[in-house]
Design a protein around this ligand. Structure first.
Ligand SMILES: Cc1cc2nc3c(=O)[nH]c(=O)nc-3n(C[C@H](O)[C@H](O)[C@H](O)COP(=O)(O)OP(=O)(O)OC[C@H]3O[C@@H](n4cnc5c(N)ncnc54)[C@H](O)[C@@H]3O)c2cc1C
Length: 368
């Protein structure tokens, strides 16, 4: 569950990150059921030789039910997407819950009107949709309480409606948690947001140096390829891209919270000059942007003679446990052996690149 003293924080997080999306999804389901019920009814019920669906005011009500369902659904997906990807999502979770539950109630009321007297007849189901929709208003924060917190965001006392560009937030230490717990009910502005990055800012720089060994040249990239085997031994583009990623990993490591790692999510670099084994490559990285848990770097590599490559690299900070769980799930589905320990795999593969590297900058070591 967590460490001693974290209980209230965990409970609040559970209500926000599990309770609210849960209730939002329930409300979406009820709203969808209302739509299906009224569409079916309006198409089959006939009055004065025409279906109810031809009556203008009924069509307008159905349009309302349909449109508000779309709005609720978009908000629910946006909230879930931010949450899944580790961005601050509270604003969206709050507004999505409020919108989806209130919209579901309004839809069920409209549905009751469309069904006329049958709106209260059990076999038509609308009575149940209305009652169920009303119940979603209360758990995981009543609408009144959602609005109090949403007003805080709207009035600028809390974060704006987007992933924060500069999450220079403190580590998850006990004393910080205590501050968070004390401030939870009183001052949302001081509340600690969950983050995976600490103190990294645009403009931060880092560099590393690497001496190219023979086995990092093109013929060794895919020895299975006869085309690669014919190329002279010069630094392989794939290995240079890896080198740039490595430099960004080095730069990022001091800023990652415990239990967090980073994944390369985009690489866009040129490689315009060949480097021979034995030459030294210097990679310089500069942080361009921090958005939530995504970090964009500028990278440039020189060998002893030339600028050999330049571009951008995006990395995303992720909880390592979650990443490994997903891989394990995948391994299970594909019936391949699970991951086990990464260190053991690196050792088993006989990877010895650390021996060829001369550290520079903060002197940090080969990433695990
Ligand atoms: C189906 C269902 C499932 C639930 N599941 C759980 C669960 O799993 N775990 C759990 O712990 N709880 C659960 N609850 C309880 C739920 O969290 C509470 O019902 C909810 O927080 C409201 O509290 P209350 O019922 O005591 O109402 P009260 O707090 O008495 O509120 C009554 C009314 O006053 C308003 N109000 C109260 N305080 C304020 C305020 N400060 N500002 C403005 N308006 C206010 C409320 O919005 C409400 O309209 C569940 C409730 C329901 C209906």
């Amino acid at each position: 569950m967590g460490r001693e003293g974290q209980g209230v924080e965990i409970a609040h997080r559970s209500i926000t990150e599990a309770g609210k999306p849960n209730l939002t999804a329930v409300a979406l389901g009820i709203h969808q059921a209302v739509l299906e019920t009224v569409v079916d009814y309006a198409n089959t019920r006939r009055m004065y030789d025409r279906p109810l669906a031809a009556v203008e005011s009924v069509r307008a009500r159905i349009a309302d039910i349909y449109s508000t369902l779309q709005i609720s659904r978009m908000m629910a997906y946006q909230a879930a997407d931010l949450l899944d990807n580790g961005f601050p999502a509270d604003e969206w979770l709050l507004t999505a819950k409020l919108t989806a539950t209130e919209n579901a109630v309004a839809a069920a009321q409209q549905g009751t009107s469309i069904l006329g007297a049958r709106g209260g007849v059990r076999s038509y189901g609308m009575d149940r949709h209305l009652r169920d929709a009303l119940v979603t208003l209360t758990p995981a924060g009543t609408s009144d309480v959602q609005k109090k917190r949403i007003a805080d965001f709207a009035l600028g006392r809390a974060a704006p409606f987007s992933p924060r560009p500069e999450p220079s937030l403190p580590p998850l230490a006990d004393e910080v948690l205590q501050v968070a717990l004390r401030s939870w009910d009183h001052d949302p502005h001081e509340r600690m947001e969950r983050t995976m990055l600490n103190g990294l800012r645009p403009g931060d720089e880092h560099s590393m140096r690497y001496r190219v060994p023979l086995e990092k040249t093109v013929p060794f990239l895919y020895p299975e390829s006869s085309e690669f085997a014919r190329v002279p031994p010069v630094l392989a583009t794939g290995f240079m891209v890896g080198l740039m990623e490595w430099a960004c990993l080095d730069a990022l490591r001091p800023h990652l919270e415990p239990g967090t790692g980073s994944l390369g999510t985009r690489v866009s670099v040129t490689h315009t000059s060949a480097t021979l084994p034995g030459m030294t490559v210097d990679v310089a990285v500069t942080c361009l942007r921090v958005e939530g848990n995504k970090i964009l770097w500028h990278v440039v590599a020189h060998d002893d003679a030339d600028r050999i490559g330049e571009g951008e690299h995006e990395r995303t900070a992720v909880p390592l446990a979650k990443f490994r769980d997903r891989l394990d799930d995948k391994a299970r589905v594909c019936a391949v052996p699970g991951l086990g320990s990464v260190e053991a795999q690196v050792a088993a593969a006989g990877i010895t690149t650390a021996a060829t590297r001369e550290g520079r900058g903060d002197g940090s070591s080969l990433p695990g």
